[in-house]
Design a protein around this ligand. Structure first.
Ligand code: NAD
Ligand code: DAU
Length: 350
């Protein structure tokens, strides 16, 4: 009997991961610990909340007594650590929030796992879900490998790099059985509309400008979120202890080309004349320290564990748009409340 603690399970990737584990492994007990920040939303899990192997705990990963209770009461054997502050723009405005959750929160979780497992590490796993942004920024050529030196350049990526270092330090110093994966940009259903793709879908629906930072020449490597969580499942069960695995889509797009493709598909789906949505594209002031290019080499994961992305980007984007068009209530709920104030603050000066 495995008891797996998923942190941040009410967020974007965490909710897909929780759904996959709850439904694929009914014999596992899955505990979702989430603080329900602006990014956490229990509606993301409405379809599985009544499953008998699913438990939700509202709480913060920096709360050591709470973590100790959870480990003690539920006899946690595995951790899938997803909880984080995840948006680069917010890290520029409020870096310390990222230190608290991403660095202190991860270190607290590691310490509780170490104490609770008390050197009995058989059949235990502490898996940290991390990002390719720890490797820094690429020029026009090359890829990020598992061996690429860390070079984080935003407060977000610096906090994630720091948390990766703590995870490895607990492995080397105490023998804690850890795994890390560093993934490229995800997209798909339940993505909070502060990030480029869902923000643009929402703006197209409301005929609002599509803010493109700088000249739109920055490049990201996009992966459908369900492919990401399938990779996590494989690494969790078959990956080697102490190892790092890169996960990526081999799918590089400049931001401007991506948004043009999104506009083309949205026009078709909304029955608007071709070119209507693209007229909303607006070039705005660049993000401070904007990383030029991310590109993952995921050969190790393919060769060792046989994982490859299953979806072509155009198809994944189409599925994503359809999901937002069919879930307008979800979208309208998440853009009500604090979202308008956030949006004004981020974009009014640009
Ligand atoms: P998200 O912002 O959508 O969700 C984060 C979740 O963590 C939310 O449910 C939030 O309520 C919860 N949370 C935040 N602070 C918490 C705290 N102190 N205690 C408990 N819960 C807290 O993030 P996401 O995009 O789903 O990213 C999940 C993880 O994957 C993060 O670690 C991120 O760094 C990593 N990642 C994301 C991407 C991506 O493209 N989104 C790519 C690679 C890696
Ligand atoms: O690479 C993995 C990372 O991808 C994750 O670790 C992060 O959690 C996730 O947020 C994402 O980071 P990015 O900064 O790449 O994602 P974002 O959607 O914020 O931006 C994607 C690109 O689009 C980036 O070059 C900035 C640009 N952009 C973004 C927004 C929100 C715009 O041009 N306009 C915008 O309004």
């Amino acid at each position: 009997m495995q008891t797996i603690l998923i942190t941040g399970g009410a967020g974007f990737i965490g909710s897909h991961l929780t759904r996959l584990f709850v439904t694929k492994y009914p014999e596992y007990k899955i505990i979702n610990l989430d603080a329900l920040t602006y990014a956490g939303n229990l509606a993301n899990l409405a379809d599985i909340e009544d499953k008998p192997n699913y438990y939700f705990v509202k709480g913060n990963i920096t709360d050591m007594p709470l973590l100790q209770n959870i480990f003690e009461e539920h006899r946690v054997t595995g951790v899938l650590h997803c909880a984080a502050e995840s948006h680069v723009d917010r890290s520029i405005t409020d870096p310390l929030a990222f230190v608290k959750t991403n660095v202190v929160g991860t270190a607290t979780l590691l310490q509780v796992a170490k104490q609770s497992w008390n050197n009995d590490f058989d059949n235990k796993i502490f898996y940290h879900i991390s990002t390719d942004e720890v490797y820094g920024s690429l020029g026009g050529e090359g890829f990020f490998y598992e061996t690429t030196a860390y070079d984080p350049r935003s407060p977000y990526s610096a906090s994630k790099a720091s948390s990766d270092h703590f995870v490895r330090a607990f492995y080397h110093t105490y023998g804690l059985p850890v795994k890390i994966s560093n993934c490229s940009n995800n997209y798909g259903p339940y993505h909070f509309p502060e990030k480029l793709i869902p923000l643009s879908i929402n703006n197209i629906l409301h005929n609002k400008p599509l803010p493109i930072y700088g000249k739109g020449e920055n490049i990201r490597d996009w992966l459908f979120v369900e492919d990401h969580v399938k990779a996590i499942d494989i690494i969790f069960h078959k990956g080697k202890i102490g190892e790092t695995y890169n996960i990526g889509g081999h799918n590089e797009w400049t931001n401007i080309d991506l948004i043009k493709e999104l506009c083309r598909q949205m026009d078709l789906k909304l029955g608007r004349p071709h070119g209507t949505s693209a007229q909303l594209i607006t070039f705005v002031k660049d993000r401070a320290g904007h990383d030029l290019r991310y590109a993952i080499d995921a050969t190790k994961l393919k060769n060792e564990l046989g994982w490859e992305p299953s979806l072509q980007f155009e198809e994944g984007l189409s599925k994503t748009i359809d999901w937002y068009l069919n879930n307008k209530e979800w979208l309208n709920n998440v853009v009500s409340g604090h979202y308008a104030a956030y949006y004004d603050e981020q974009y009014h000066k640009r």
